[in-house]
Write a protein that binds this ligand. Sequence first.
Ligand code: ADP
Length: 386
Amino acid sequence: MAASYDAPSEFHLRKRFQAIFNNTFQFIFVVHVDGTVLEINQAAINFTGISAHEARERFLWDLNCWLNEAARSKLQASLYRASGGEFIRYTTELVSAEDIRAVIDLSIKPIFNSDGNIDFFIVEGRDITSLKRMEFERDRERQHAEALHRINEMKNEFVSQVSHELRTPLASIIGFAQTLLRSPHLAPDKVQQFLTIILDDGRRLERLVEDLLDIARIESGTMHLVRQPSDIRTILEYAISIIAPEAEYKRITITQAYLDTHLPLLSLDPDRITQVFVNLLANAVKFTPPNGSITVSATRTSEYVQVAVQDTGIGIAEHDLPRLFEKFFRVKQKDSNGQDIRGTGLGLSIAKQIVELHGGTIRVQSIVGQGSTFSVIIPLSSHHDE
Ligand code: ADP
């Protein structure tokens, strides 16, 4: 027996469609071609807090549920485009009556009548906030994993670098000490020469260990400044005196271009600031070929004191400049004899941290083949009131 099907009455049909309209999760607005709201469904009413009565006869973009002016203009422009018959879809944001923001996948669909003209638009919004949040979390996790991977790579490179840096002076200390022990009748000048090498390499090891300890202190936030009223001129002169023998050895001149400048006493940690300038000067000597020159200048304004260490060295390529102050970062370079220039890439990152602990900044300018200028800017708020 065939089942009979009674077509629903006009009344029932309307009830069914109304039930669908008001029970779907999507926000739905039925909008006149001129942009005025004809209907708004329950989901949209619930989220926006705007009643059907309030919404009707107002322009859709005038309802106060759109995030901002830009969202309103975009909606207005999109409705205008849809009035040309186009289906429009884009992501926008809505704000609820309780000020909760939602990311909305919005579509505008023109509905045509039998004459082929647009009757009205169905503007439909799907709340994709949680989807977006998941995407965001996924992105963040991926970035986090990538950062970890990068750090791990840097750490491995660092471990092999440090091992290399440790091994070379250790091998030389052990080698020369053995030679001295095994050759009791060595000429005194040879003994002197070998002991000097042992001492130099011992000092290099000491410096490396100190740098590593500084990095550990910076990372754990336990590097504390011992500030006292300090004369930057005295600090510079002391730093220059430490570097002078190495500079002389390479016949590099060091010019002090601040002797007439009045420099106020600043509240600094003199040992730490000395360390910064010794590092900058040592780099300037290291990366400047023999017979070059280094100029140390100091200027002051009403706000800061600026010390610049300028060299006529090999310079740094522009693409390396942004990474120069990262720890472990080094540009692989050779000296004028084709030997690898040694280093750990720690000095500048420590210098930067020390300057920043003083509230200052450190900058670099460089031209490959012409030289580099490192500037340390210390605010006068580090000024010591006598
Ligand atoms: P290190 O000197 O131990 O490698 P630094 O952190 O002091 O570590 O310096 C990092 C890198 O910056 C150096 O390897 C070098 O490539 C570059 N650099 C620093 N100072 C200069 C300079 N005055 N001229 C040229 N390159 C420099």
